[in-house]
Design a binder for this molecule. Sequence first.
Ligand code: PEP
Ligand code: MN
Length: 341
Amino acid sequence: MLVVMRRDALPEQIKAVTRAIDEMGYTARPIPGGQRTAIGVVGNRRGVDPGGLPALAGVLEVIPVTHPYKQVSREWKADDTIVNIGAGVAFGGPHVPLIAGPCSVEGESEILEIAHMVRAAGAHALRGGAFKPRTSPYSFQGHGERGLEMLARAREETGLPVVTEAVDPDGVNLVAQYADVVQIGARNMQNYPVLRRAGRCGKPVLLKRGLSATIEEFLLAAEYVLAEGNSDVILCERGVRSFDPYTRNVFDLTAVPVVKGLSHLPIIADPSHGTGLRDKVPPMARAAVAAGADGLIVEVHQTPNRALSDGAQSIYPEQLEAMMAGMAAIAESIGRRLGSV
Ligand code: PEP
Ligand code: MN
């Protein structure tokens, strides 16, 4: 439930509503907005009887939140949330930024070289995994903290904000010390200790859709992060498991407008994991922009056939610039702009 205060509500009136909610045995979460303050009610298992709340001074209306996720929902917050990750890169506003880089941080010279290349091509942030959740225990698992140090160095040299994955709760805090955005991958979308830790890590979180997660499960996963007090969450559609083995996943671009209707959080798209096929990445990147994605994350590698992970879906740096030109034209046609602020 959400208690919407009148525009001219006094601070004492807001305090009185908060107290009344506490006395009902629930927790009040004031949400200051540009236009008005709303007070969310959390801690209830079932629907809340609003009791005397609608009659309190300063209350405009009491809205039941009909979804199992609350703080993530549009009912809770009507305006789009804009997540700033630094260096003028913001997701959820008029600009559509592109995060680019290799699947894995393979070594210092490799990450520095590709960071400069994606920057030269126009990318707005750098990706690269230091902790890799691999399907096989025998595959390259990432360089761990050394990889984070290499990413920090790449940021220093290029000025690009860094997005990188954490795979366990302690890793979340470690990654947050180095990165600008803590990525939670598809395999950990429902790892609740990781989600809770991300909610307290003090950095924006990039949450990828689970391998076979419904949209409701995806939004409930984000709710874990918001419930811990962190509303800087960027959702990411990266394809879901299906019956057709032709592409790695079925890239569910419908999720973009659906999530934007249900939630105020920004949603970006990952056509690399979504398709698994290099030559399908540029057309699906354009399609993602057309569908209203608030950004993209794309794997790029200088020598994809020698990549330690996900080479088949990594585009060549030379492809990046042309792909971005196509995306920019699409963005413009729908009143947005590829880029940072
Ligand atoms: C990745 O970004 O390299 C990754 C492992 O993605 P996902 O979690 O979507 O599979
Ligand atoms: Mn990958």
